[in-house]
Design a protein around this ligand. Structure first.
Ligand SMILES: Nc1ncnc2c1ncn2[C@@H]1O[C@H](COP(=O)(O)OP(=O)(O)O)[C@@H](O)[C@H]1O
Ligand SMILES: [Mg+2]
Length: 352
């Protein structure tokens, strides 16, 4: 049994403009000690999905299941969720100041965190707090536990938040864009800290990011989300080297080249659809250069591709590259004939 088994998760919000379908039929597993990356552009439902699993979305209509260590967290008693969160599921976010209180020293906050869940003396908790800060690489941890959050730099503050999330040795760490606000060097250091904690404590990680570079560094398994749904799911190497979904291909093409060769990026043309009245068919069709008739009318199921049971893609395209090139050439020709490209964006450098 996987540590976390999410099945058919749906999350919708009633708003003045209509019902926002933020997460649509999401299913995935997280194995103990492994890292699952959830990747996708802003607004694809990554945060809403994971916050719902942790019982943190309010006022949403939720259905589906999320079994954590055998307990379904969806619709679980708030008291159960409170116990699980913190003690068994640690969470870190892009902005540490959203989880760290500005008026208390970081040591005090970690101590309180430990004492809320464990019967230990203050001295023991304090000892543990200093140890944690030192584990995440904060120099002079014994002294620094007496400092306030604002006395730490961005990267160090992120380490403090990781220390707090790890304080109770959780089986799962949910990290939502943990390094997005940091510069590249500091980002690499923070990812290193997470990786070494994982090795040391066997923690499973759900890593949310819009950055495939981070995925390449960290993930065992990858879920690609778009418009609230999974477009592709695969082990990391498969996702990078044998991906199937055109959305994944687009994300990869927009990845900054490694090594600073200054190569130009090719962002995916267009923007994600409104989640209020999603049209029939594939949500990515309006931005897809391979789209053909069926894509516009019927949403493709998340089916196995390349005869690989670990690899799924929600796309009608055949597995072979020739079929894709034919579609692309035809779409480009049609767009050129129509003198417009509203349904079939043709990226620069691609022509019939
Ligand atoms: N409380 C809410 N009420 C209405 N819509 C929401 C709410 N929270 C999130 N959304 C919408 O749900 C969608 C998914 O958001 P989110 O999960 O934050 O995306 P991501 O984390 O992938 O960038 C977005 O369209 C967002 O506007
Ligand atoms: Mg988010």
């Amino acid at each position: 049994m996987a540590l976390l088994e999410v099945r058919d998760l749906e999350v919708a919000f009633n708003t003045a403009d209509g019902v926002v379908q933020a997460v649509r039929g999401l299913s995935f597993d997280v194995e103990r000690g492994s890292t699952l990356a959830i990747v996708g552009e802003s607004g694809s439902g990554k945060s809403v999905a994971t916050q719902t699993i942790a019982g943190l979305t309010r006022g949403a209509r939720v259905s589906g299941t999320a079994r954590f260590d055998g307990i379904d967290l969806i619709g679980a008693d708030p008291e159960v969720l409170r116990r699980v969160r913190g003690a068994q599921i640690g969470m870190i976010f892009q902005d540490p100041l959203s989880s760290l209180h500005p008026y208390y020293t970081v040591g005090w906050q970690i101590v309180e965190m430990i004492r809320a869940h464990r019967k230990v003396t203050k001295a023991v908790a304090q000892q543990r707090a200093a140890e944690l800060l030192s584990i995440v690489g904060i120099p002079r941890a014994e002294q620094r536990i007496h400092d306030y959050p604002h006395q730490f730099s961005g990267g160090m503050r992120q380490r403090v938040m990781i220390a707090m999330a790890m304080a109770l040795d959780p089986a799962l760490l949910i990290a939502d864009e943990p390094t997005t606000a940091l510069d590249v060097t500091v980002q690499a250091q923070v990812l290193d800290v997470m990786r070494s904690l994982q090795e040391r404590f066997g923690t499973a990680i759900i890593l949310i990011t819009h950055d495939l570079g981070v995925v390449a560094e960290m993930a065992d398994e990858v879920v690609v989300m778009y418009a609230g749904a999974v477009m592709e799911r695969a082990p990391r190497r498969t996702l990078f080297y044998r991906n199937h979904h055109p959305y994944t291909e687009g994300l990869l093409a927009s990845l900054p080249s490694q090594g600073g060769t200054g190569q130009r990026l090719t962002p995916i043309p267009g923007s994600p659809p409104s989640l209020i009245s999603l049209p029939a068919g594939c949500p990515f069709a309006p931005r897809c250069r391979y789209a053909f008739d069926r894509c516009w009318s019927v949403a493709p199921p998340l089916d196995m591709v390349h005869d690989d049971p670990a690899h799924r893609s929600a796309c009608w395209l055949a597995d072979d590259a020739q079929g894709r090139r034919d579609n692309q050439a035809r779409n480009a020709a049609e767009a050129a004939a129509a003198g417009s490209s509203d349904r079939t964006p043709t990226p620069a450098g691609v022509g019939p």
